[in-house]
Design a protein around this ligand. Structure first.
Ligand code: UDP
Length: 316
């Protein structure tokens, strides 16, 4: 039986990954400080296969509480929505720098593969579309998003340096706007905001002129890419975009959400947040070639699943 350590495993993405790993026969150790995650996301999983450790990975990880064997470390711990990472700006800087170092130390101690959950935010407001992994990005190093963007970039640099210095087996995945059930209603991201506003028959809050674009990837697709990055060979040192290349303007996205929720699309325009990227679309050629992966869940289907989750949760 293989053992995986998942930092941030009680969060939205981490809990879906843990579900999948349990189905694949892994034993999973979840480390989470519950800043944005919750054990309730893992409540359905037995403690025989999932060990829960409440811990802030900014602190050195207590090796004495870990099992004898760890085959792969997946570092996902970090606030990920603009609202959360602004609220937890220093914690975000530290978890993606010191926290990444601590997670790398575990991988090194166990000779485990290290998979870094990185982000399309490393490209900042990109001057190229679609974004390839070879693009260095256009990031404001001192702006309001820099606590996330720059610390993720630092985490990538640290990961690559540990590969060079200690011969660690590392893979970096850059996620593009993942969505699905278990997202938090209050995290302020466009998917929960629009879905809840539509289900409550409220106006949908479009920031700016709505011409900025995003590419949304359903969580089961994203988890499938992570699982491949954890288990396939020949990936050492690779940086791979993980996202759905179907790009939408935010205005178009509002209309699609209204259609899925079967309500009239009513819009309220609000100011565009500072440094909000104008576009985001992954080039996924590397994921196709190296992981044999591409997303399979269509946007409307993923939104149906996500809306069903919020309907049930809030009795809508
Ligand atoms: N956005 C919006 N209305 C909302 C929330 C977000 O128009 O209620 C926009 C936001 O300005 C951005 C895009 O939707 O252009 C995606 O925002 P989100 O916070 O989901 O994630 P980001 O991709 O910016 O990290």
């Amino acid at each position: 039986m293989k053992t995986a350590l998942v930092t941030g495993g009680a969060g939205f993405l981490g809990s879906h990954l843990t579900d999948r790993l349990v189905r694949e026969g892994f034993r999973v150790v979840v480390l989470d400080n519950l800043a944005t995650g919750s054990w309730s996301n893992l409540a359905h999983l037995s403690s025989q296969v999932v060990t829960r450790i409440e811990w802030d990975v900014i602190q050195p990880i207590p090796m004495e509480r870990l099992p004898r064997q760890i085959d792969v470390v997946v570092h996902l711990a970090s606030p990920a929505s603009p609202v959360h990472y602004r609220r937890l700006a220093l914690e975000t800087l530290w978890v993606n720098s010191r926290g990444t170092g601590n997670a790398l130390d575990v991988a090194r101690a166990y000779g485990a593969r290290f998979v870094l959950g990185s982000t399309s935010e490393t490209y900042g407001d990109p001057m190229l579309s679609p974004q390839k992994e070879s693009y260095w990005g256009n990031v404001n190093p001192v702006g309001l998003r820099s606590c996330y963007d720059e610390s993720k970039r630092f985490g990538e640099a640290l990961t690559m340096e540990c590969m060079r210095q200690f011969d660690l087996d590392v893979v970096i995945l850059r996620f593009f706007n993942c969505y699905g059930p278990r997202m938090q209603a209050e995290d302020g991201r466009v998917v929960p905001n629009f879905i809840l506003q539509a289900l409550r028959k409220e106006k949908m809050t479009v920031y700016g002129d709505g011409r900025q674009t995003r590419s949304f990837c359903y969580v089961s697709d994203e988890v499938d890419a992570i699982h491949r990055a954890m288990t396939m060979s020949g990936l050492k040192g690779q940086v791979i975009n993980v996202g759905n290349p179907e790009e939408r303007t935010i205005m178009e996205f509002a209309q699609i959400v209204a259609e899925v929720a079967e309500v009239e699309c009513k819009i309220e325009v609000k100011p565009l947040p500072t440094d909000d990227p104008t576009n985001r679309c992954p080039d996924i050629q590397k994921a196709r070639t190296l992981l044999g992966w591409e997303p399979v869940v269509p946007l409307r289907q993923g939104l149906h699943e996500t809306a069903a989750f919020f309907r049930e949760k809030f009795n809508l």
